[in-house]
Design a protein around this ligand. Structure first.
Ligand code: MG
Length: 384
């Protein structure tokens, strides 16, 4: 079998606005073969940047065209292809958006392999440690404690045993934070796992522009200790991603699990977060870190260090389903993120529709990722 072409569609919802919701615009990468099998993936990245990267021609020996490298290759040689794409795009790639693009391609290749062998991806990854995958309901944090309590109560009513709220207005005002954390706990049940995502710590200045207010380790320790009576299950990204020594101080000082890693690409910075930063929950986005090939290496590294991993998913159902396959084939996953965004891209781009029951998605048994694209929605939302 040979790869014959790639196609990139950028999809944008009409209700797009700048908000902490990356599922309002998405990119779908399809890989075609000469045997009529097509695989697809998405990227947790800026959609039009991904399209530009895949369409970019060769510029230099170490800045080759991804499309040219792929056409004519056997799509089943996934690890060899990953290494070649990584090495031959080093100048512009190595970290950042090139790896996001490779992530989408890699997920598409696993989908192709599953379809070609008539097996679900989780079996290609080594088989199931579990088939029922725990997910948590992930909300953009509302502005008020009352709304946080309402959303937490709604998640519980819908059967979610675990939920997360994060970003605005988290981490700017200690009193508001504490009130929101308390409201989340009281709106949920004592048994509900409540995760908190500190996010980018933005304040809005008087001229309406966002101003980043980073925490340091001492601030994070003080603030998280003040939240601990409400038993957060984990606190996510309380420090800048590069403050590895701060993460170590923090994880040694608080009882709460500290989660981090969604911004990282390739396994190497995640090793640093685990080993120097000593983080408790290893977070990565399958469609950002380097696809299933690289995510599998990170999951194995987490397992080797006896740390749980949790996936970041905030684009489409494709990344959720890729994460579900990896979680099924991994002994130490904690949770897969399930976005509660109202975006059609988050919930209607694939079928069968993801319909978690009591926070569980069962890993599909169909070939490949076990999902199909909703082509009507693609046609409706694409902005090519
Ligand atoms: Mg996060």
């Amino acid at each position: 079998m040979k790869i014959t072409d790639l196609k990139v569609d950028v999809l944008r919802t009409p209700e797009f606005h700048l908000r902490a919701d990356a599922s309002l615009e998405s990119v779908i990468v399809r890989v075609y073969t000469d045997e009529g099998i097509m695989g697809f993936g998405d990227a947790g990245s800026s959609p039009r940047v991904i399209r530009s990267i895949i369409d970019a021609p060769t510029y230099f020996t170490l800045c080759r065209s991804l499309r040219e490298l792929l056409i004519g290759r056997d799509p089943l040689e996934i690890s060899a292809i990953w290494e070649e794409l990584y090495r031959m795009t080093m100048w512009a790639g190595r970290r950042g958006a090139y790896i996001h693009a490779i992530s989408a391609i890699d997920v598409a290749l696993w989908d192709i392999m599953g379809k070609a062998l008539n097996q679900p991806v989780y079996k290609l990854l080594g088989g199931a440690f579990q088939r029922e995958i725990r997910c948590y309901a992930s909300y953009v944090m509302p502005d008020t404690p009352e709304e946080a309590a309402r959303l937490a109560g709604k998640a519980v009513q819908e059967g979610w045993p675990a939920l997360k709220m994060g970003w605005f207005p988290c981490a700017s005002d200690p009193d508001l934070d504490l009130a929101i954390v308390k409201a989340c706990r009281e709106g949920a049940t004592p048994a509900t796992k409540v995760m908190l995502d500190v996010g980018p710590r933005w304040d809005i200045t008087t001229d309406g522009r966002p101003a980043v207010q980073l925490w340091d380790a001492k601030t994070a320790i003080k603030r998280i200790k003040s939240w601990e009576k409400y038993e957060p299950f984990w606190v996510e990204e309380p420090l800048p991603a590069d403050d590895l020594d701060g993460y170590r101080k923090l994880t040694e000082a608080v009882d709460t699990y500290i989660a981090a890693g969604e911004q990282e690409v390739t396994r190497f910075p995640l090793y640093e977060l685990m080993d120097r930063g000593n983080i408790d929950v290893v977070q990565f986005d399958v469609c950002r870190v380097g696809g299933l090939t690289e995510a599998r290496r990170v999951a194995q590294a987490a397992h080797d260090r006896n740390r749980p991993w949790a996936s970041h998913c905030y684009s489409t159902g494709i990344v959720i389903m890729a994460s579900v396959h990896l979680a099924a084939a991994s002994p130490t996953y904690f949770y897969v993120e399930y976005t509660m965004s109202e975006s059609k891209l988050a919930h209607e781009l694939i079928y069968p529709l993801l319909q978690p029951k009591n926070g569980i998605i069962c890993v599909p048994e169909g070939p490949g990722l076990g999902i199909e694209l909703n082509e009507d929605l693609v046609e409706k939302l694409k902005v090519n």
